[in-house]
Ligand binder design. Structure first.
Ligand code: NAI
Length: 352
């Protein structure tokens, strides 16, 4: 793995490797870009098999954060951290050692919650650095971002409905939701109140039971939810679920959900396009949680956060307009819009 080559090609600014033998900390912080502001991104706690795997994840995830912040109109850059350890190795001392590594960057990178890190872990990190965001609500923070992510997905879906059917109403529309975790659970509640018909699935049967106790919904086997006849298919579970085999089975007009990287590869956006299925790019529609955390950094006000999250509809509509204009997929259009914003900022910095 030639880190220099990868970082130069993808435009990363820094990769920081941090160790602390006393606490067993092995962490990598990837700063993709600070062009638009401090590089914000969660910390993933995961037992990576190799250093290369951990570095590759940090590099890829931090670039995605730059794109999410840029298209969301936020003045934030993209970063991500990974702590390489087994869950049993997580101690307050190790988390504080990570916090000190973040603090040493003096605000260039701001950490937050991600897979394997709880809110209380983040509070421990925060004991030694102020550069940690997404703190509990009772401590004046913005709390768990999942409900705001779900709200943003609903705004994004409205934009998709308008684009495809000419009306943004959920009445008589069917949404198939794959995954009823932190985001999916909130999403089905919001969609139900909007009057949508729902089909739901989760690998964990208890989550399906809990959802149908709260909202009227049909259920589907998790292995077949993507084949359900519906208007919108909403991936809200793992990444990589859409590829040639699953895309050929879709019976929807729109793919719009919270999952990060739902496409197995970038070319799958073109497959969806060929099947005339409108795709809402993941990092545009699932930015609600990030917008919520960004509001915390300015002094959290829920109404302000909700207003910002509502802007996701407008952001998507710019993406769709650009895609039509250039006859490209919405994913390519979103990438172009981000790259233009970054290039413009870079040019104004260098006086060009
Ligand atoms: P979660 O871990 O709380 O929930 C995921 C759910 O999906 C679990 O209930 C799991 O059993 C289920 N699942 C896994 N594979 C499945 C399959 N093949 N079929 C059906 N169900 C399956 O995760 P969370 O936080 O709800 O996130 C969901 C997705 O949204 C992830 O891709 C995440 O990266 C993304 N996301 C989440 C944000 C947040 O604010 N939580 C923000 C932006 C993106």
């Amino acid at each position: 793995m030639d880190l220099f080559k990868i970082m130069a090609k993808e435009g990363h600014e820094q990769l920081i490797v941090s160790t602390d033998p006393e606490t067993g900390l092995n962490a990598i912080i990837s700063i993709h870009s600070t062009l638009l502001g401090p590089a914000l991104g969660g910390c993933r706690f995961w037992s990576y098999k190799t250093f290369e795997a951990a570095a590759a994840d940090a590099l890829q995830l931090s670039k995605a954060m730059t794109y999410k912040a840029a298209i969301g109109g936020l003045n934030l850059g993209g970063g991500k951290a990974v702590i390489c350890a087994r869950p049993t190795e997580k101690t307050p001392a190790l988390l504080r050692a990570f916090g000190r590594a973040v603090d040493a960057l003096a605000g260039l990178y701001v950490t937050a919650q991600d897979v394997g890190m709880s809110l209380s872990d983040l509070e421990t990190v925060r004991e030694v650095t102020r550069y940690a965001a997404g703190m509990p609500e009772e401590k004046g923070g913005s709390g768990d971002p999942s409900s705001m992510t779900a709200l943003g997905v609903v705004h994004g879906m409205r934009c998709c409905l308008k684009e495809v059917f000419g009306s943004d109403s959920f009445r008589n529309r069917t949404v198939a939701v794959q995954g009823l975790g932190k985001v999916g659970r909130h999403l089905v509640g919001l969609l139900y109140r909007e009057g949508a018909r729902l089909i739901v699935a989760d690998l964990d049967a208890s989550r399906v039971t809990a959802a149908v106790a709260e909202v009227k919904a049909e259920t589907a086997p998790p292995g077949r939810i993507h084949t359900a006849a519906c208007d919108i298919f909403a991936p809200c579970a793992m990444g990589g679920v859409l590829h040639s085999a699953t895309i050929s089975k879709l019976r929807c007009r729109i793919v719009a959900g919270a999952a990060n990287n739902p496409l197995a590869g970038w070319a799958d956006a073109n497959l969806l396009q060929r099947r005339r299925i409108l795709y809402a790019p993941d990092y545009v529609i699932n930015a609600g949680g990030l917008m919520n955390i960004a509001c915390e950094m300015e002094g959290y006000q829920k109404e302000k956060a909700e207003e910002r999250v509502a802007g996701i509809a407008e952001n998507l509509s710019r993406v769709f307009a650009r895609a039509k204009e250039e006859k490209i997929s919405p994913l390519e259009a979103a990438n172009h819009l981000v790259e233009e914003r970054l290039a413009k900022t870079r040019a104004s910095r260098s006086g060009g």
